[in-house]
Design a protein around this ligand. Structure first.
Ligand SMILES: Cc1ncc(COP(=O)(O)O)c(C=O)c1O
Length: 372
C-alpha cells in the first residue's frame, strides 16, 4: 500500500468545521462562551452525572481531582502499574506516594483481587484506569473503597462511552477524568473534563481551575489556584464530536470485528478481550503476541513501518521509570510480563476494511519472520 496508515487520526466533518467557525466568528475565543456551557451540560447528560467541568487536558484534570479531594503529601494513592505516565505524574504533583498495583491479564485493568494488599492506613484514594477502552471492575473497586473510606477517581482518558451493565464510566467513582487529546475517542485538540455528582467537589474544582478567584470579590484569592481552563474554540470542536460519539463508537466496534475476523483464530496472539456485561469501546485495537520481547517487538514495529503501517508499543510499567515516590515494592508480575508483548494497531474512524486486511496479512508475515 502506497499510503501511510497512521495509528490514529481524528474524524473531522463539516459539523466540527461549522461549530468552530461559529465560535471564532462570535469573538468568544477564550474561556467564556456558550459552547463551553453546552458541551459541559451535554457531556454530563451523556454520562448521567450532575456536573461536568471542562479543563485544559486530562493530566491537569487528574491533578485538579486530587486537589479537589485534598489529597496531599501525607497520603498514598493506588494506581495500576500499567497506565500512561500522566496517572502517576498527577499523584506526584500533589506530593502523595504511589502504590503501583498489578493488572488483570484479560482486561488489562486493575486486578481487584490484589488491591487490598496495597491499602495502608495512609491510603486515601484509588485511581482505576479504564485502559484502551475497557472498564475497570468498578463494582468491586467501589466496594473496597467504601470499606476503606477511599476516594475513587476514575481515569477515563481512553474510555468515553464505555460502560458496565449500562452504567457509563465516569459515573461510578467520586469523579471521572476524561481526555480529549487528538488521538482520543472524541477530541478537542488538547482538553479534558471532570465528571461528578458531588456538588461540593464540583464547586471546589471550578474555582481551582480559574485561579480560585473569590466569586464575590474580583481579583481576591484565598487559595493558590491554576489556569486549567478550556477555550470556547476547543469546546466547539468537542460539542460537534460529542454529537457524533455514537457514530464514532459504532465504527470502532466494526473495526474491532474486522480485526477479529482476520486475527481472532491465530493461536499465538490475543486481541482485546471484553468481560461479560462490560461495554468495551475499543479505543485502540491491540494484539498481545506470545514469545515477543522488547527487541523482537521493536523489530516487528520497524518492519511494519517500512510497509507503511504505523503501530505503538504498550506502556512501560511505571515502576521501571523510577520517577515517582512509590510507597511499597510489591511485585506486579502480570504488568511486567505483558508490556513487552503488546502492540497497538491502527484503529481510527476512517480506517477502511481494505486497510485492515492489508495490515493483518502483513502483520502475520512479519510476526513469523521476527519470532523465528
Ligand atoms: C490513561 C491516561 N490517563 C491520562 C491521560 C492524560 O490525558 P491528556 O493527554 O489529555 O493530558 C492519558 C492520555 O493521554 C491517558 O491515556
Amino acid at each position: 500500500m502506497d499510503e501511510f496508515i497512521p495509528v490514529s487520526k481524528p474524524s473531522i466533518t463539516d459539523l466540527e468545521l461549522n461549530y468552530v467557525t461559529k465560535a471564532v466568528k462570535s469573538g468568544w475565543v477564550s474561556s467564556l462562551g456558550s459552547f463551553l456551557t453546552e458541551f459541559e451540560e451535554k457531556f454530563a447528560k451523556y454520562n448521567d452525572v450532575k456536573y461536568a467541568a471542562l479543563v485544559s487536558n486530562g493530566t491537569v484534570g487528574l491533578h485538579l481531582a486530587l486537589k479537589g479531594y485534598g489529597i496531599s503529601s501525607l497520603d498514598e494513592v493506588i494506581i495500576p502499574n500499567f497506565t500512561f505516565i500522566a496517572t502517576a505524574n498527577a499523584v506526584s504533583y500533589v506530593g502523595a506516594k504511589i502504590s503501583l498495583a498489578d493488572i488483570d491479564p484479560n482486561s488489562l485493568c486493575l486486578d481487584t483481587d490484589n488491591i487490598k494488599n496495597y491499602i495502608t492506613d495512609k491510603t486515601r484514594a484509588i485511581i482505576p484506569v479504564h485502559i484502551y477502552g475497557h472498564p475497570a471492575n468498578m463494582n468491586i473497586i467501589n466496594e473496597i473503597a467504601s470499606e476503606n473510606n477511599l476516594i475513587v477517581i476514575e481515569d477515563c482518558a481512553e474510555a468515553h462511552g464505555a460502560a458496565i451493565g449500562g452504567t457509563k464510566v465516569g459515573s461510578f467513582g467520586n469523579c471521572g477524568v476524561f481526555s480529549f487529546y487528538g488521538n482520543k475517542i472524541i477530541t478537542t485538540g488538547e482538553g479534558g473534563i471532570i465528571t461528578t455528582n458531588d456538588h461540593e467537589f464540583y464547586e471546589s474544582i471550578i474555582s481551582l481551575r480559574d485561579h480560585a478567584m473569590d466569586k464575590n470579590k474580583r481579583y481576591w484569592h484565598d487559595k493558590i489556584g491554576f489556569n486549567y481552563r478550556m477555550t470556547n474554540l476547543q469546546a466547539a470542536l468537542g460539542l460537534a464530536q460529542l454529537e457524533r460519539i455514537e457514530e464514532i463508537l459504532n465504527r470502532k466496534l466494526e473495526i474491532f470485528i474486522k480485526y477479529k475476523e482476520l486475527l481472532g483464530e491465530i493461536h499465538y496472539l490475543k486481541l482485546n478481550q471484553t468481560k461479560i456485561g462490560y461495554k468495551n469501546v475499543y479505543w485502540v485495537i491491540y494484539i498481545i503476541v506470545d514469545n515477543l520481547n522488547l527487541d523482537k517487538r521493536d523489530k516487528l514495529m520497524d518492519n511494519l513501518k517500512r510497509l507503511n503501517i504505523d503501530t505503538r508499543p504498550f506502556f512501560y510499567p511505571i515502576s521501571q521509570m523510577m520517577l515517582h515516590d512509590v510507597s511499597h515494592d510489591y511485585k506486579t508480575p502480570v504488568t511486567n510480563q505483558i508490556y513487552s508483548k503488546g502492540i497497538i494497531l491502527p484503529s481510527f474512524y476512517d480506517l477502511t476494511d481494505d486497510q485492515i486486511t492489508y495490515i493483518c496479512s502483513n502483520l502475520l508475515v512479519q510476526i513469523n519472520l521476527v519470532i523465528k
